[in-house]
Design a protein around this ligand. Structure first.
Ligand code: DAH
Length: 369
């Protein structure tokens, strides 16, 4: 005959000391289908009624005690496990937040913003034009004679002929914006959003992307220009020189910048000039405000009378000056990027190095953030 009280103390002691796995094993050994207590309960059937009356309550009592002990131990172990998990997974709110990846402003866009801010202060408004231009706005309207070699010097990207036999181009400069602004009798039916049709006096800048078949350290097939156009009465070359010199000093934040105007030819200006800034290129980098090298940064001149006639303005009444600035060149000069092509290679490491925070830095040109 099994000693029930010895079995009870043995099992309750083991249960009290068991971990989760041992507890389950104990449960199966005692209360499982062929467990020790289950077998005792089965043995009741073979007993005499008297024996059964005596043993029945004892064995059932033992089963209840063991089941209760197992349930209590299980609750204890579950509570301890939960406590351990809560302690381990506690969030330490004093820890700094993990860094977030931030986007940055591309140096070209930063420089465009700085340029726009400076010209806006001088009273220039921003005008735009389409990247895909027609021949008229890119060439003919700008006084490029048909079949003239000047068209070829632009290394133009031509699009396929359309159904009217017209070949559109990727604009080779931002000068077509001039025509769109001055054209009051609007021929720009296909791009009405760019038809400005202003009456003079006109004072605009036209920032934008431009395209030429060219690629080396200082040329990329896509680059950026900012056009400038002033049309008024009694405008002279002196106004052009002053405007550009004032702009350059503000842009480079120094009066040390030395500029020079070289006579040049453009079909749409007469006289025409290119402006260079003095710089030092000896150390593989371009430094402004020192050295004895020159870097060309813009073309400009007095608006050719033919252009005025083309847009229906009387050259005896109106004159003006125009200029086209190389935005990428200015960015390279101000922020020292050795190779222009890196600007458009979309390398995130380059952007993280040369990019600007959209929020933290004030605009150097205006002091405003
Ligand atoms: N469009 C010229 C170029 O890309 C630059 C230029 C020269 C623009 C003279 C002008 C200008 O407005 O007057 O080479």
């Amino acid at each position: 005959m099994t000693d029930l009280s010895a079995l009870e103390s043995e099992l309750t002691a083991k249960i009290a000391a068991a971990d989760a796995a041992a507890l389950e094993a104990l449960r199966i050994d005692a209360l499982g289908k062929t467990g020790e207590i289950s077998n005792l309960l089965k043995s009741l059937g073979a007993m005499s009624p008297d024996e059964r009356r005596e043993q029945g309550p004892k064995i059932n009592g033992l089963r209840d005690i063991v089941a209760t002990a197992i349930a209590a131990r299980k609750a204890e172990l579950d509570a301890a496990a939960l406590d351990a998990r809560l302690a381990a997974e506690r969030v330490d709110l004093t820890l700094p937040a993990p860094p977030r990846r931030k986007g940055s402003v591309h140096p070209i866009m930063q420089v465009m913003d700085e340029m726009i801010a400076i010209f806006a202060e001088m009273g220039f408004a921003v005008a735009e034009g389409p990247d895909i231009e027609d021949d008229f706005h890119n060439f003919t309207g700008l006084n490029f004679p048909p079949k003239h070699p000047a068209r070829e010097t632009h290394d133009t990207f031509f699009l396929q002929e359309d159904e009217r036999g017209e070949r559109k181009v990727l604009r080779t400069h931002t000068s077509p914006i001039q025509i769109r602004v001055m054209q009051r009798a609007n021929t720009a039916v296909e791009a009405p959003q760019f038809a400005h049709g202003q009456e003079p006096p006109i004072r605009i800048i036209g920032p934008g992307r431009t395209y030429r078949k060219d690629s080396d350290r200082t040329h990329t097939p896509m680059f950026h220009q900012m056009e400038g156009l002033v049309i008024d009465r009694a405008i002279t070359l002196g106004h052009l020189k002053w405007t550009l010199d004032a702009f350059i000093r503000r842009f480079f934040e120094t009066d040390q910048v030395v500029t020079r105007f070289r006579p040049h030819f453009f079909p749409f200006t007469e006289p025409s000039a290119e402006m260079d800034v003095q710089c030092d290129r000896s150390a593989g980098m371009v430094k402004i405000g020192e050295g004895s090298d020159w870097l060309e940064i813009l073309g400009g001149g007095m608006v050719h009378p033919n252009i005025l006639r083309t847009v229906g303005l009387d050259p005896d009444e109106w004159q003006g000056f125009a200029f086209g600035l190389g935005v990428d060149r200015l960015a390279v000069l101000k922020y020292g990027m050795p190779d222009l092509r890196d600007m458009f290679s979309a390398d995130v490491r380059w952007l993280e190095h040369y990019g600007f925070s959209a929020f933290a830095h004030p605009n150097p040109a205006t002091g405003l953030s």
